[in-house]
Design a protein around this ligand. Structure first.
Ligand SMILES: [Zn+2]
Length: 274
């Protein structure tokens, strides 16, 4: 039976920046790689002026995510159908389907339904601070963590490991300095990032620069010229922060069934037997 990885994120593009190389790596090994996206990113800001501002954003971003998944060689995305809660002036306070207003148990159950089908051995989601604190990231973090622990109810044996996509405080400071207007700005890097010693897995993804870059660029509406993520390319000479994104992806450990080799591993599926 082929090995199976399930990543769970909130919006189209969440998968690409911190995990694109890792997802590509396992797809290339012949593993089954699935991505659950809780929303279609309906409240995202269109940052490419060549896109009609009146476009159906959810539909557009669904298509962008499908393209990104193809670029990484993973299965087509699975959507939970909740709505993007948005940020700032776009916050969806009155929208019952916005993730921020949905009961966490409901999100957990909808994730469990997919876990029952997919039967993942390894899961990936956001860390407790959701990289930069987006309310949807934190809701998905909680629901995915809860689903990891309740997965015994829908599969046996249940998933072995839950990893959190995480950034080091040091790297966050470098990225903040390089991009003063990014979503990382004004965050306490000591809180939102982790110490290097906290990483349970460090993936060398330098072999997958092309695929990761293609996945990022597939999110055309989000990485347009008006985005703080514009020009996020593998060949950029702009600064080390962005180059590192194409070299390694880092994870903390959020849940474990069974044993774990000495941290950090260089393979999310690593076992003691070599
Ligand atoms: Zn997001």
């Amino acid at each position: 039976m082929s090995k199976t990885l399930l990543a769970i994120f909130a919006h189209p593009d969440d998968e690409a920046f911190g995990n694109g190389g890792t997802l590509t790596h396992y797809a290339k090994q012949g593993f089954k790689v699935y991505l659950i996206c809780a929303t279609r990113g309906e409240s995202g800001k269109i940052t490419d002026p060549s896109i009609d501002p009146n476009v159906d954003k959810g539909k557009l971003r669904e298509e962008e995510l499908k393209t990104a998944c193809k670029a990484m060689g993973i299965e087509a995305p699975l959507f939970l159908g909740f709505h993007d809660s948005g940020r700032h002036e776009r916050t969806q306070h009155g929208n019952d389907k916005a993730l921020m207003n949905v009961d966490e148990l409901e999100i957990e159950r909808s994730i469990l339904a997919h876990i029952a089908e997919i039967k993942p051995e390894i899961m990936i989601s956001f860390d407790p601070h959701g990289i930069y604190g987006h309310v949807d990231h934190i809701k998905v973090h909680r629901a995915a963590t809860a689903a990891f622990w309740s997965a015994d109810s829908v599969m046996n044996p249940a998933p072995k490991r839950l990893f959190y996509s995480a950034m080091s405080s040091e790297r966050m400071r470098v990225m903040q300095a390089a991009r003063p207007n990014s979503p990382l700005s004004n965050l306490d890097a000591g809180i939102y990032g982790v110490a290097e010693a906290s990483f349970a897995a460090i993936m060398n993804v330098s072999a997958y620069k092309a695929e990761k870059e293609a996945a990022i660029k597939a999110h055309r509406s989000q990485v347009g010229p008006q985005s703080s993520f514009a020009n996020a390319t593998a060949n950029t000479q702009e600064n080390d922060a962005w180059l590192e994104m194409f070299q390694r992806e880092t994870f903390t450990l959020g849940g474990l069934r069974g044993s774990f080799p000495a941290m950090p591993v260089n393979d999310l599926f690593a076992s003691h037997e070599k």
